[in-house]
Design a protein around this ligand. Structure first.
Ligand SMILES: *Cc1c(COP(=O)(O)O)cnc(C)c1O
Length: 397
């Protein structure tokens, strides 16, 4: 069988692959500690689960409008106004099967053969592949911990060409845990205003910000850019609802209706039951969210400190999301029983085989000097996992 060329342009999601490998070892009875997958370890809050049960019992189990029911769109509109100071109408909102699906629809609706999309590195694994699938060309802008993993206005301007179709911003960021301040976004926005391209603001970690840092996105920092910005968000990360598959996009009517049209010929509406649950998530009490944020913050402080105490590892103090992204390049060149460790893939294989700890290689995010730890796992797992890593590293020569 000859498969379509587009299949060969992309890789399976490396983070999901690591998780599958760790789960397979666990199934064999091996005690693996997983720092691989980026999803909250908490249960979906009780009030949200109840709303879903009620939807099922009330027979809310049929097709809905493709881009989501009005009641959910209204909850999203209120949320965007309340939290971000942004005004949208119903025809500027479309709900999809997760924010990943919203982003996929954006790339399919916007990007043509040869279009360029600016992506800061390290990046979330799906951005480049979604751009490639649409026939576009990712244009990477490198960052490292010296600039807190943030691009500068000068770097942005250098990356812009007449073919630039979009810029993707993700703050707080997966995998680095960095976040942009309003002032930094304003400066990037001033560069954007000189040109004409869309800005995709992936705000999925909006609520997971620590040290009292307030959230900002580029549309709220530079109101003149709202007409060129597509805000993407969802319930997965904030409400521990990864399995429910609800994400949304808010932006100019033209792109929103194109995305909805594409979705009408692919998945149709996202789950009716999950839509009802998401209304409760957005409109209901937020105590569970506060509890989760404070737990994530404690874990962040602990894991970054522990990692920094390990010789050969240096870890950026992240301000958001639930990832630690240490620089491990000092360990490259060392070896274990005669096998050299020269890159993040080698190191993560070593961690899995010898420490029974699953960590994602930085190369998956375009940054081979790093590895990613998701600390969306219990404090006890974090403690034991880092103990194992520390011991494994001390055995390297
Ligand atoms: C998890 C994640 C998403 C997608 O979340 P969904 O579960 O599809 O809503 C999007 N962007 C980033 C950066 C993520 O980490």
């Amino acid at each position: 069988m000859k498969l379509a060329d587009r299949v060969h342009k992309i890789q399976p999601s490396p983070t999901l692959a690591i998780d599958a490998k760790a789960k397979a070892l666990k199934a064999e009875g091996i005690d693996v500690i997983g720092f691989g997958v980026g999803e909250p370890d908490f249960d979906t809050p009780e009030n949200i689960r109840q709303a879903a049960k009620k939807a099922i019992d009330n027979g809310f189990t049929r097709y809905t409008p493709v881009g989501g029911i009005d009641e959910l769109k209204d909850a999203i509109i209120s949320k965007l106004k309340r939290d971000n100071g942004l005004e949208f109408r119903r025809d500027q909102i479309t709900v999809a099967c997760g924010a990943k699906h919203s982003l996929y629809n954006i790339s399919q609706a916007l990007i043509q053969e040869g279009d360029e999309v600016i992506i800061p590195v390290p990046y979330w694994v799906s951005y480049p592949d979604q751009v490639l699938l649409a026939g576009g060309r990712p244009v990477f802008v490198d960052t490292d911990e010296k600039s807190a993993f943030k691009i500068s206005p000068e770097q942005l301007e250098k990356a812009i060409t007449p073919r630039t179709k979009a810029l993707i911003l993700n703050s707080p960021c997966n995998p680095t845990g960095t976040s942009y301040t309003r002032d930094e976004l304003r400066k990037l926005g001033e560069v954007c205003l000189k040109y004409d391209f869309m800005i995709i603001s992936d705000d999925i970690y909006e609520k997971l910000l620590y040290d009292g840092i307030p959230f900002a996105n580029i549309a709220s920092a530079v109101p003149e850019l709202q007409s060129r910005t597509i805000v993407v968000n969802g319930v997965s990360k904030t409400f521990a609802m990864t399995g429910w598959r609800i994400g949304y996009a808010a932006g100019p009517v033209e792109i929103i209706s194109a995305m909805t049209k594409l979705q009408s010929q692919s998945t149709s509406n996202p789950s009716s039951v999950a839509q009802k649950a998401s209304i409760e998530a957005l409109n209901g009490p937020q105590d569970a969210v506060k509890m989760m944020i404070s737990e994530f913050e404690n874990r962040r402080t602990y894991i970054v400190k522990r990692l920094n105490d390990i010789p050969g590892i240096s870890c950026f103090m992240s301000t958001g999301a639930f990832y630690a992204f240490p620089n491990v390049s000092e360990l490259y060149g060392k070896s274990f029983s005669g096998k050299a460790i020269n890159n993040s893939t080698n190191l993560c294989a070593f961690f899995l085989e010898h420490a029974r700890v699953a960590v994602v290689p930085g190369i998956a995010f375009g940054a081979d000097n790093y590895v990613r730890f998701s600390y969306a796992t219990s404090m006890d797992n974090i403690r034991r996992g880092i103990d194992r890593i520390e011991e494994a590293i001390s055995a390297l020569v």
